[in-house]
Design a protein around this ligand. Structure first.
Ligand code: FAD
Length: 486
């Protein structure tokens, strides 16, 4: 956009289209500079557009394209990779008004929903039909279906039911020039053409703005879940227990692991009354935890076997045969987030390795801790091999603006390298966003990087959609597609 006239004409066109839902109020734009990653974008965005539906979203994108102004799609802003932060020269396109659960079909077992529907609300609505929406990020009470799809969010239950990608059948998305794309289907099967639905899942707002989704629902289990929470004398015992639990018998619905530093942080944070069974303490210095749950016929026998294994490994455990008890045990794992929140003091990372290599990943993290002096409490989804190292910022390393210091990023880079060397990935579920864009090529390799950037260019030739995330300009004269801008 150039010149005041262009700016005021953009403003006039968007307020003409959206009325009070074109927002340029300073405090609203200030809040959009951040998300839950701790990243704060430089400067404030131009405005916040809140279209009511796909057609209005398409009109917003057409207007923005005509003025050459980049768009950042925005769900609830709970992202942990900085992909939704809105800085100077950008328009935020929010799905906050697309909150309609248009349809729940118990025969097809699908729901058709607006992108702004909150994950937990969809699951609650599905419950009335005996169904569930399985992808359950820990942010399910606050994050949107559109944001979950854009980041391919995972959660505890993904051990058994798969990540968001497995639950998405079809999408409506608006492309950078305002064209409306409909992908996928609502049938269980279908192989016509390329799978553009899967391509959009995890695209972090760089290929299109998702406005509506057709998602798969599954029957709710008809047995009470059985949960075992165990404290083992050391991390080796916890890893051994995870291996045994996956090697034989029923597949757990969830399987979580916490190392000694994680367990210590949660113990400090949670009152004793909220720490059931062995979590109430006292805990040995190197103690580590495993929480496992089954939700199908035979769950009791699986739990019995788990209790015997814990005993043989010298640990202590609590078993709960109802949902409420299970929730209390899971509360210990869920307390990791509030105990060590992402922000100025902690950088939460998200590596994922083949689960057979979890022990090696933990060993690599311990080496990086010893060599850098940075503490890295690490908990994660053991069944997926997805670990969340919480890199701590030491008081003496704090930066005046509260940004994560380069020293901590250097340690994070070593964690990423270790995951890649073990056949894993930089990010299991949080996405690349802005914060990890500099490591993208390391994982993809040159061929895949170039091909994927070409796909981005095909969808958005001028590099206008979320240009600061995932694929970013490699030099100041280029756009997000890598093309030189005249
Ligand atoms: C306490 C807490 C716990 C969390 N736990 C988990 C967890 O267990 N698993 C997990 O995977 N993540 C977790 N997260 C991270 C976060 O909640 C997820 O990444 C979530 O999917 C983001 O959804 P959102 O609606 O907040 O999207 P935003 O943060 O607004 O956006 C995230 C990204 O998606 C893009 N985007 C958003 N909406 C759209 C759309 N409609 N179309 C196109 N692009 C869009 C944005 O541009 C941005 O790149 C957690 C975060 C917090 C704060």
């Amino acid at each position: 956009m150039s010149g005041t006239n262009a700016g005021s004409s953009l403003d006039a066109e968007l307020s003409g289209l959206l009325g009070a839902h074109w927002i340029t109020d300073g405090s609203r734009l200030e809040a959009l500079r951040g998300d839950r990653s701790g990243l704060i974008a430089e400067g404030r965005g131009i405005g916040l557009a809140e279209p009511a539906d796909t057609e209005q979203a398409a009109a917003v994108l057409r207007i923005a394209a005509a003025h050459g102004v980049p768009i950042v799609p925005r769900g609830a802003g709970t992202g942990l990779a900085g992909g939704g932060v809105v800085g100077a020269g950008r328009i935020a396109l929010s799905t906050a008004r697309m909150t309609e659960i248009r349809e729940i079909d118990p025969v097809d077992q699908v729901a058709v929903v607006g992108a702004g529907v909150i994950n937990g609300e969809l699951d609650r609505a599905a419950r009335e039909y005996g169904l569930r929406y399985a992808p359950d990020p820990a942010s399910r009470a606050i994050s949107t279906i559109g944001g979950n799809i854009a980041t391919n969010a995972g959660g505890l239950l993904c051990a058994k039911y798969g990540v968001t990608r497995e639950a998405v059948l079809g999408l409506t998305a608006v492309l950078a020039d305002g064209r409306v794309l409909r992908t996928g289907r609502r049938s269980v099967k279908g192989v016509t053409g390329y799978d553009l639905t899967a391509l959009l899942v995890g695209s972090e707002g760089t290929l299109g703005v998702i406005t509506e989704a057709t998602v798969r629902l599954i029957p709710r289990p008809d047995v009470e879940p059985v949960t075992v929470g165990a404290v083992l004398p050391d991390l080796g015992g916890a890893l051994e227990l995870c291996r045994e639990l996956q090697a034989a018998g029923q597949r757990p619905a969830l399987l979580e692991i916490m190392d000694a530093r994680s367990l210590a942080a949660v113990t400090r944070y949670l009152p004793e009354a909220d720490r059931p069974g062995p979590f109430a303490g006292p805990l040995g210095a190197g103690s580590a935890a495993v929480i496992v749950q089954w939700d199908a016929e035979g769950a009791g026998a699986a739990a019995e076997r788990a209790m015997r294994l814990v005993d043989a490994l010298g640990g202590r455990a609590i078993r709960c045969d109802d949902e409420a008890g299970g929730e209390r045990v899971l509360g210990v794992r869920r307390a990791m987030n509030p105990a060590l929140p992402n922000g100025t003091d902690v950088l939460i990372e998200d590596v994922c390795v083949p689960r057979s290599r979890l022990a090696e990943m933990y060993a690599a993290i311990a080496r990086i801790e010893a060599e850098t002096g940075i503490e890295i409490p690490t908990a994660g989804h053991a069944a997926d091999g997805n670990l969340h190292p919480h890199l701590s910022v030491r008081a003496e390393d704090r930066t005046p603006g509260g940004e994560i210091p380069e020293r901590v990023w250097d340690a994070a880079a070593r964690v990423f390298r270790a995951a890649l060397d073990l056949g894993g990935t930089l990010t299991g579920e949080h996405g690349i966003g802005v914060l990890k864009a500099r490591w993208l090529r390391d994982e993809l390799g040159d061929e895949s990087f170039a091909l994927q950037r070409g796909i981005r260019q095909l969808f958005d030739p001028r590099g206008q959609l979320n240009p600061d995330a995932v694929f970013v300009a490699d030099d100041p004269g280029a756009n997000a597609n890598g093309d030189t801008v005249p």
